[in-house]
Design a protein around this ligand. Sequence first.
Ligand code: ATR
Length: 294
Amino acid sequence: MPEQEIKGSTRLCGLIGNPVRHTFSPQIHNTLADLTGQDLVYTAFPVENPEGLDAAVRGAFELGILGMNVTVPYKQDVMKSLVGIDPAAERIGAVNTLVRTENGYKGYNTDYVGLRRALEDKGISLKGKNVVLVGAGGAARSAAILCAEEGAECLAILNRTVEKAQSLCDAVAAHYDKIKLLPFDLQKAGSLPLDAYIVIQCTNVGLYPKVQETPVSDPAFIRKAEAVYDLIYTPEETRFMKLCKEYGIPAWNGMDMLLWQGVSSFELWTGAQVTAAQAEIVKKKLRKVLKERQ
Ligand code: ATR
């Protein structure tokens, strides 16, 4: 529960999606509200009927709700109900944050910002680098646009279904002409004609409870990596991360991306500037909640 008292002046933010029961966002935002002294509470709203999405967004606006997060399955569909969309979110084709404006909500993608801030935090720069994305779904889309925005030299997208890797490459190429794009079959990862790359693991393979699974295990692929960022945060160390570390490759989980996407949404809603020390407190809280869940 938020420590602050809920009053007539208290603003409300929330999450829409389906399901929303297992989200960590209330812990992130209510902790941030306490730490920054914002008179705000955050809760989750299951929107079970997809046809009710537009009404839910309009209703939220009419009720004075300050901001919303959006999760599966609505990150694309919600875009129809907005009065504006941030250019990066437009390119990604998905929105996870709604920010109140005078006439309605504007959409942003803080998954993308969260990944950028998480990589910065680890001292990883994508500029001029070779980057390998493992996966070509929704999460990979944000990562792919980030790579292009940050000026990566070459982006290889490895996926089990190569057609999807190809179509994600096409989507990137539609907006960016400098980055070299290489769709590739994940099953042949060991023969990828690229080296000294940063790997961003964007599939859900290895996610709790299937912790023994890994999207790729070929040493010929793993050995050529310089650093690995796995978007999964449960378990804290995926089998893929473990394999990478066995070859001396530094590997991190997606906890910081989760943290920074939340911080970035909170900053957009409130105008507050979250300090590194405050973010660290939220991270400790997230770790504790994650441990209790497992
Ligand atoms: P998300 O929004 O989390 O990215 P998604 O859009 O459903 O979820 O994408 C899931 C990704 O994980 C896809 O790249 C998927 O590969 P396919 O496009 O071939 O389906 C990948 N994925 C899921 N299960 C996989 C498995 N067992 N082996 C390899 N890749 C897998």
